[in-house]
Design a protein around this ligand. Structure first.
Ligand code: KIV
Length: 263
């Protein structure tokens, strides 16, 4: 079967609305990307959660464009069917001009779309990137790049004015040409309200089950590969960290065996 173009992939994802949930998972390396692609995941995200999951930073605010470029190129080598979205790290889209330059660099590295955080506040950046022909996924609700000034990891949309602001954010990003929006850590009823009002595909994380058109998860949370911290809302279907520890301990114990008993 001939490979789908980026536009065909986006149309196919949009056509899922009301038919089946859209799936999106983070990937930061070639083997993970290839496994997720072969498993039929709709969108891969080279998220700036890379900072915590792979690079050992306490949050996403130390991630640079160079980090994301390096990992996007690796993921692109393992991704053929899914839509490859790359996160724009903090301070890579401070102005519309810089946003376009950074988005182009990500596309040159193999991304088919870019994601950036913010609603109304970054509408000019989203418009500039989409006018340059690069598809954008927006990200509203809890914005990890802004946790320091936004008062930490707390649920968004708790008051009516916060919910109204989120509805205005979705209208702004859709008007600027975004094809999808991630809604992070909002009350489930607010995510459902936003989805009902949204002209574009909504993807939830920590926003309740079945409240959006699809869901995104950090792959390390899903497979239990980062045991030191797991968000409360994460769904874990494997325990990779335990498997690694067990295999390593077993191998270390095997080293003590006399040659006759060593496999
Ligand atoms: O960086 C990331 O992994 C993300 C998801 C949490 C949506 O932005």
């Amino acid at each position: 079967m001939p490979a789908m173009s980026t536009q065909e992939k986006i149309q196919a994802i949009a056509a899922c609305r009301g038919v089946r949930p859209v799936s999106q998972l983070t990937a930061y390396d070639y083997p993970t990307a290839r496994l997720l692609d072969e498993a039929g995941i709709d969108m891969l995200l080279v998220g700036d959660s890379l900072g915590m999951m792979v690079l050992g930073f306490p949050d996403t605010t130390s991630v640079t464009l160079e980090h994301i470029l390096h990992h996007t190129a690796a993921v692109a080598r393992g991704c053929s069917r899914a839509l490859l979205v790359a996160d724009m790290p903090i301070h890579s889209y401070d102005t519309p001009e810089q946003a376009v330059r950074s988005a182009r660099a990500l596309v040159d590295a193999g991304a088919e779309a870019v994601k950036l955080e913010g609603g109304t506040a970054v509408q000019d950046r989203i418009r500039a990137i989409t006018r340059d022909g690069i598809p954008v996924q927006a990200h509203i609700g809890l914005l990890p790049q802004h946790i320091k000034e936004d008062g930490g990891y707390r649920m968004r949309g708790k008051t009516d004015s916060e919910a109204q602001a989120l509805l205005a954010d979705v209208a702004a990003v859709a008007d600027a040409g975004a094809f999808s929006v991630v809604i992070e850590c909002t009350r489930p009823e607010v995510a459902a309200r936003i989805t009902a009002a949204s002209p574009i595909i909504t993807i939830g994380i920590g926003a309740g089950h079945s409240t959006c058109d699809g869901e995104v998860q950090v792959i390390h949370d899903l497979i239990g590969a980062f045991p030191w911290f797991t968000p409360r809302f994460a769904i874990q279907h494997a325990s990779v960290a335990t498997s690694i520890s067990d295999a390593v301990k077993k191998w270390k114990d095997d080293l003590l065996l006399p040659p006759a008993k060593h496999r």
